[in-house]
Design a protein around this ligand. Structure first.
Ligand code: SF4
Ligand code: NI
Ligand code: NI
Length: 709
């Protein structure tokens, strides 16, 4: 059989199954029955992106099948093959959507099925920084379970996000291999149609970050091809359905690598036959042109960003260092070059093997650096990275920062030979790696004697932290000479620019003014550029001629002017990876804020995902603004519209996180005590009427302010 015949045959088969499934669902539920995936604002995202139409019930799905059919042309051109591939993918999406009717939960552990918009937004920053250099979709069963697991592990060790479909999931389970979103190995489902949940991620990335207009299939395919570094590994034997799905993947620009050499002709760069499964990794990376940053660190366990979210349970831990019980801290100090011996790692105190299994201890590690261009302002920037560095060690979990840290070392890591000095190896290697432009020499001292830790924490670290906080709290937009741009997210949002100021951090929450400053000095031609702010246009909304010029240039002309402090007038754009989204609530003259973790409803009648879909892709959308959590307590938050007094609602958990700082700001700006008590949350109201009644009772200041529109 030819490739054409196989794709068309597979496509026809899936279409037949889909038609039957839709008819059966209509017979069982009636045409009006709603269909949707949970936690997405894009209905059936693939169908929506390709056609521009949102399928919301079975009747519309039945009609949509007609549209799908129109893609299934049979002219024996390559384009027919690709469009039949796309049609197959859309059919798979319908079949999967039907599984979710009536809020059903069709997937059980370890499978995930459909992935939420929030998960995709969370992937934004790691994808642009290259922390996640690619996305692998592994389909079918490897020749042996061990080969399957080895392949998964090889990607995981490179930080590549792995999704699994079909037999490979059983193979991972068989060998007890840990999977889950937190270790970036995501089993989607065992039916081949569940592959659509991976496709859906790539497609929603185009809608969320790329500002691709739904229905513009050409722009969609260009976006996924150019910007989503995904590829497929499909194990033999490939049946026609898988071949048809593969054609869909290729249409989106994702190469398919397979070890099946029967009946499938190779297509250069697109359909690649690699009979040796142990070479899938190398072949895939080459086909998708993915480059892996290699970090060689001398430790006995793996080191990869995929392990960052790994959880170590009490029963699995060898030892724990717990800053909430005993004195612990982590600190960076700038020293004179003569005081630092490069790569000296010193352990002062007992090592991990002298501790009882499961016991709690003190630890303090001080990273001393020297360099001609080193500035004390960079110390907190390095320090904040420690959390990620130590977490990337397989078998080590790190939470918190400064003197409130907790570190667990697993029994497995301990048995592999992991010891205290290895913390030093990791910190040394990563600091040198990432900050080599300013760090000439680096040494690490690790203390494990309780008396030493107490002394370092109280006598050295805390005074340093206090001094830094003091500097940060007095640092205002007015007190610094320049701002910085960040265009890291342009990899996915080609026209998006963040303007980062001391009082307004990047919307991802990961880039403060100090971070941007450090990034600029480390890499003067990199993503963060100096922006002067000498030519004021309008103080009230924070508009400057020089900021506008910079934004115009950095957005390649997509953006003309931008304000720093207004949500209504020329607001800053969003890429898509924002921590929070705020939108105006017309009945109270206020705004509601939802954070990415919040899955419930807001009084705007929209969930986080739905609100988030109102903005993004580097486009200005008055009335909606993506922002970082820390921006909520800023005196510059919506300053043009009256400031934080406009906040009328946010999820309870978020409110608790920001309460202390927000209350301080409100006290200072308006003389209000305990302002957060006046702000609604989901336990108080999820609709505008109840919210306004609550705000009225509390005398919330927004009610007396001018309407925003
Ligand atoms: Fe992306 Fe803005 Fe964060 Fe930079 S500061 S990484 S552009 S969201
Ligand atoms: Ni103490
Ligand atoms: Ni972003």
């Amino acid at each position: 059989m030819t490739l054409f015949e196989r794709v068309f045959g597979g496509n026809d088969a899936v279409y037949g199954l889909t038609e039957a499934a839709v008819d059966a669902a209509i017979a069982a539920n009636g045409e009006e029955k709603a269909v949707s995936f949970p936690d997405t604002a894009y209905a059936l995202p693939c169908y929506y992106a390709v056609t521009g139409a949102k399928v919301t019930n079975l009747k519309e799905m039945k009609e949509a099948l007609g549209v799908v059919k129109s893609l299934m042309t049979r002219e024996n051109q390559l384009n027919d093959v690709f469009m039949s591939g796309v049609a197959t993918a859309l059919c798979a999406e319908f079949i999967e959507a039907i599984k979710y009717i009536d809020g059903a939960k069709p997937y059980d552990e370890p499978c995930y099925g459909h992935l939420s918009d929030a998960i995709i937004r969370e992937l934004g920053v790691p994808l642009v920084t290259g922390d996640i250099p690619g996305v692998a979709v592994i389909l079918g069963s490897a020749p042996t379970a061990q080969e399957g697991v080895d392949l998964v592990k090889s990607y995981q060790a490179q930080g590549i996000l792995v999704t699994l479909v079909g037999g490979i999931i059983d193979q991972c389970q068989e060998l007890g291999y840990k999977t889950g979103a937190n270790v970036r190995v995501i089993p989607l489902g065992k039916d081949v149609t569940s592959v659509i949940h991976a496709v859906s991620v790539a497609i929603r990335a185009a809608l969320i970050f790329g500002n691709v207009t739904a229905g513009d299939a050409g722009a969609l395919m260009t976006y996924t091809k150019d910007r989503v570094p995904a590829f497929v590994n499909a194990f033999a034997p490939l049946d026609d359905v898988i071949v048809a799905c593969g054609a869909g993947a290729i249409a989106l620009g994702f190469p398919v690598i397979t070890n099946d050499d029967k009946d499938v002709p190779a297509i250069p760069k697109s359909l690649i036959i690699q009979k040796d499964v142990s070479k899938f990794n190398a072949t895939s990376l080459e086909a998708r042109d993915i480059k892996i940053k290699i970090t060689n660190i001398d430790i006995p366990v793996a080191f990869a960003s995929a392990f960052e979210g790994e959880i170590i349970r009490r029963g699995d831990m060898q030892v724990e260092f717990d800053g909430s019980r005993v004195d612990c801290c982590e600190l960076v100090q700038t020293k004179d070059a003569s005081e630092v011996e490069d790569h000296k790692i010193e352990l002062i105190g007992p090592d991990i093997d002298e501790f009882e299994v499961g016991s709690k201890h003190s630890i303090a590690y001080v990273v001393e650096v020297a360099g001609k261009s080193m500035q004390p302002d960079f110390e907190p920037v390095f320090e904040r990275k420690f959390h990620s560095y130590l977490n990337c060690i397989e078998g080590v979990m790190h939470t918190g920062q400064r003197d409130m840290i907790r570190i667990r070392v697993s029994k497995e890591a301990f048995n592999a030979g992991f010891r205290a000095k290895h913390f030093g190896e990791v910190l040394y290697a990563q600091v040198k790696n990432e900050f080599e432009a300013v760090v000439d020499k680096c040494q690490v001292k690790i203390y494990t004697n309780p008396e030493d830790c107490t002394k370092i924490r109280h006598e050295i670290a805390i005074p340093v932290f206090d001094k830094r906080d003091e500097r940060l709290s007095t640092m205002t937009d007015e007190s610094v000479p320049v701002y910085y741009s960040c265009i890291m997210c342009q990899a996915f949002s080609p026209s998006h620019v963040c303007v980062v100021t001391p009082e307004r951090l990047g919307l991802c929450g990961a880039v403060s003014w100090l971070d941007a400053k450090a990034t600029n000095e480390l890499d003067p031609n990199g993503p963060c550029q100096v922006i002067t702010k000498e030519k004021v246009i309008d103080e009230r909304i924070g508009e400057y001629e020089d900021v506008n010029e910079a934004v115009r240039k950095l957005s390649q002309g997509a953006l003309d002017d931008v304000s720093l402090y207004s949500i209504m007038e020329k607001p800053m754009t969003s890429c898509g990876c924002f921590e929070c989204i705020c939108g105006i609530e017309p009945f109270s003259n206020g705004v509601c804020i939802a954070n990415r973790e919040y899955a419930g409803m807001t009084p705007l009648g929209m969930t986080f995902s739905e609100l988030a879909s109102m903005t993004g892709g580097g486009v200005q959308t008055p009335g909606f603004m993506g922002h970082g959590k820390h921006f909520i307590a800023s005196k510059k938050f919506m300053k043009a519209e009256g400031g934080v007094a406009r906040i009328v609602w946010m999820p309870k958990e978020l409110k608790e996180q920001v309460a202390e700082k927000l209350n301080e700001t409100a006290k200072e700006l308006y003389g209000i005590d305990n302002f957060t008590d006046m702000i609604g949350d989901e336990t108080i109201a999820e609709d505008p009427e109840t919210l306004v009644a609550f705000l009225t009772e509390k005398g919330h200041p927004a009610l007396g302010m001018d309407p925003m529109m």
